[in-house]
Structures are given as structure tokens and as C-alpha cells.
Design a protein around this ligand. Structure first.
Ligand SMILES: *Cc1c(COP(=O)(O)O)cnc(C)c1O
Length: 400
């Protein structure tokens, strides 16, 4: 079969590839501990499920407006006002089939061949490929553990050319768990405005933060910055609703209209039932309680992991401020041997760990960071304890 050039230009999602490998081993009866999860290991809260059941019973089972129901847009508008101090109207909101879909749509309507999109690394796996699918060029700016995996205003300024159209920000971050402070965002916003650079702000982990960290939206600094920013968010992570497929964006009216036009000729509206459930997620009084329960559990796991990492030679780990990922640096074991093989990069570490420790981590190369691996703590404490025991023992068998 001859395939279109655009599909040949992109990579399959590597996070999904590791889950597939773990699954294959499990099917052979091997007990593999999976640290690859990109979703909360909690059930969708009961009040949200009930809202979906009621929507079915009320026959809310037809097409809705392409860009989302009035009820959901109003709930999203309320959320932006309440949580982020941002005022939008219905014409500025588009609901899509997950935040990934929101970003995809946006890339398709905003960018052309020759446009450069700045993406700080480590990045969420899908950004560069979605930029490439829009024929635009991802420009990767590297950050490391010493700067908390954050891009500085100077780095941003240096990466800007005449062709630069946008900066993609993801705070709190998948895969590092890093998050930008208000001050850091203000410095980036200043550079963005000065260079007429749009900011795409993916805030999907905003509620999953620890130690009293306060998430701030870069769009909230001024009217000008709000016009210059597209905020992306969704129900998947904060409400444990990955399978429901609801994401949304808030933008200037002309951008929202263009996204709606594209969506009207592709997927049309996201599932009516999921939209009704999302209204409850965003406005139900149970929701803050459910989020708090989840965050409390995530924090326990993060703290346990940080204690374990501190005791393992050759591994160091940035302490995540948000999300449910750790992103340990394994470069301390590069050059070591197992089974006649030398560990040289993150893929080698991932292979070693799945073969010898029977634990599945995602190699950092998938996120543009080859010293690290992503270990998700969206799994039980029991799994985390056992998995860390296995990792520690396996690393002890490595030799020079
Ligand atoms: C999970 C995730 C998304 C997308 O999630 P959806 O399920 O498509 O809403 C977007 N951005 C980041 C950084 C994510 O980790």
C-alpha cells in the first residue's frame, strides 16, 4: 500500500508501545509491573457517572452543537472564571474529543509549512508530531534537571526567528512534573508579547499539584496576554475521565470559529453523554473533594518514590511539583554492562528494566530527553514498592 506522506512523517506514540510490550509479557504469564500509565488509576467519581446515566435516560443522545453544548460551555466558562480569573464567552470555547484533539485541531487551523513552533523539551510526546502533521516545524529547546526542566526567557528569546509562530507550554508538565511559577511565566509572557508570539498553554494537570503550589494561567496576566494565548484543558486527568474523551480550548473568537469549522467537517461534536458528565465534573460540589482525595494519594506515592530514588546509586530524580510522573535521570548507569550489552541511552535502560526487573518505564527519548525515563505513579503503592525493589536489585547486578 502506498501511504500518504503525512503519515510517514510521524512516529507511533512510544508511551503506547511500552504498554504493549508489558501486555505481551503478561500474556506469557510474566508478572510485569507497569509504570507507563498516562492516566489516573482511580475510577471516575460516582456523581459524574450518575450524570452520564441521567443524560442517557433523558435522551441526551443526539448530535449537539459541533463546538459543545451550551450547558458544558457555560460550565467551562465558570471554571475559567473561578479557577483562573479568565473571562470568556461561549463563542470562545470549543469542546473536542480530548485535549489531544483540541491541540490537533488548533495546529491544523493555525499553522502552515515554514512556520516554527517552539516546544521546550522534555515535552509531551504528541506535540512535535501534531506540529509535523500540520506541515509546520517543531523547534525543540532543551531544558534539564538543574533548571527544574523549565525554559527561561533568554532561551525563549534565542529560539525565536522570523518564522516563529508559537510557544507550547505545559505546566504542570508531563513527563517531568515540573511547573512554572507566576514569576517565571511573567518573564516568558513578556518575551512572547514583544515578539508577537502566540502561547499554547496546556493546563491539563492544573489541579494535580503538591505542597501548596498554586497553578497560574499565563493567559491571566493581562487582556493582551489573554488574546495572545490559547488555553487547553480537559477532563481526563483531574477527574479521572480519560476514556470519556472531553477536552476543550479557550481562544479568541476567530480561532474558536476556525477550530469549529474544522471539527464540523471531521468529528463533529464530542459524545453528548460525556459532555453531560463533564458538566457535573466541572460544577458538581463533590468534585473538589474527589480531586483532593486523588492528590493526597498521589503525594504519598511521590514522597515514597523520592525517598527510594535518593538511596539508589546512579539515579537522581527531580521532585515533581505536579502531575503523576517522576522523570528520574539514569545517566549514572550509562556505560555499565548486563548480559554482554552496554547501556548507552534511555531505550537501553528501558530494555534492561523490562527484561531483568520486569518493570515497564517509558524511555525519555520519547519526550526528547535521553538521560531519563518516565515512571508514572498512577499505580498502587503496593506496585510502586515492589517495582522499586525490583529496579534497585536489578541495577545492583550491573557491572562496569
Ligand atoms: C494526557 C494529556 C493530554 C491529553 O489528554 P486527553 O485525554 O486527550 O484530554 C494533553 N496534554 C498532556 C500534557 C497530557 O499529559
Amino acid at each position: 500500500m502506498k501511504f500518504a506522506q503525512r503519515i510517514q512523517n510521524i512516529q507511533p506514540s512510544m508511551t503506547l508501545a511500552i504498554s504493549a510490550k508489558a501486555q505481551a509479557l503478561r500474556e506469557q504469564g510474566i508478572d510485569v509491573i507497569g509504570f507507563g500509565a498516562g492516566e489516573p488509576d482511580f475510577a471516575t467519581p460516582e456523581n459524574i457517572k450518575q450524570a452520564a446515566i441521567e443524560a442517557i435516560q433523558n435522551n441526551e443522545t443526539h448530535y449537539t452543537l459541533v463546538s459543545g453544548t451550551h450547558a458544558l460551555k457555560d460550565a467551562i466558562i465558570k471554571k475559567f472564571d473561578r479557577d483562573n480569573g479568565l473571562a470568556y464567552d461561549r463563542k470562545q470555547i470549543v469542546v473536542s474529543c480530548g485535549a489531544k484533539h483540541s491541540f490537533y485541531n488548533l495546529a491544523q487551523v493555525l499553522w502552515d509549512a515554514g512556520d516554527e513552533i517552539i516546544i521546550p523539551a522534555p515535552y509531551w510526546v504528541s506535540y512535535p508530531d501534531m506540529v509535523i502533521l500540520a506541515n509546520a516545524t517543531p523547534v525543540i529547546v532543551n531544558t534539564d534537571q538543574s533548571s527544574g526542566f523549565k525554559i527561561t526567557a533568554e532561551q525563549l528569546q534565542q529560539a525565536i526567528t522570523k518564522k516563529t509562530r508559537a510557544l507550547v507550554l505545559n505546566s504542570p508538565s508531563n513527563p517531568t512534573g515540573s511547573a512554572y511559577t507566576k514569576k517565571e511565566l511573567e518573564a516568558l509572557a513578556e518575551v512572547a508579547l514583544k515578539n508577537k508570539l502566540m502561547v499554547i498553554s496546556d493546563e491539563i494537570y492544573e489541579k494535580i499539584v503538591f505542597d501548596g503550589f498554586e497553578h497560574v494561567s499565563i493567559a491571566s496576566f493581562s487582556e493582551e496576554m489573554k488574546r495572545n494565548t490559547v488555553v487547553i484543558n480537559g477532563a481526563s486527568k483531574c477527574f479521572a475521565m480519560t476514556g470519556w474523551r472531553i477536552g476543550y480550548l479557550a481562544a479568541e473568537t476567530d480561532i474558536a470559529a476556525a477550530v469549529t469549522k474544522l471539527q464540523g467537517q471531521s468529528t463533529s461534536n464530542p459524545t453528548s453523554i460525556a459532555q453531560a458528565a463533564c458538566v457535573e465534573a466541572l460544577t458538581g460540589k463533590q468534585s473538589p473533594v474527589e480531586i483532593q482525595k486523588m492528590v493526597t494519594e498521589f503525594k504519598k506515592r511521590r514522597d515514597y518514590l523520592m525517598d527510594r530514588y535518593a538511596k539508589i546509586e546512579g539515579v537522581s530524580c527531580y521532585k515533581p511539583i505536579g502531575s503523576f510522573y517522576t522523570f528520574p535521570d539514569f545517566s549514572g548507569v550509562f556505560g555499565k554492562q548486563w548480559n554482554g550489552k552496554t547501556i548507552k541511552e534511555s531505550l537501553d535502560v528501558a530494555e534492561f528494566l523490562i527484561e531483568e526487573a520486569k518493570v515497564a518505564l517509558v524511555p525519555g527519548i520519547a519526550f526528547g530527553a535521553d538521560h531519563n525515563l518516565r515512571l508514572s505513579f498512577a499505580t498502587s503503592m503496593e506496585n510502586i514498592q515492589e517495582g522499586m525493589d525490583r529496579i534497585e536489585s536489578a541495577l545492583n547486578t550491573l557491572h562496569a
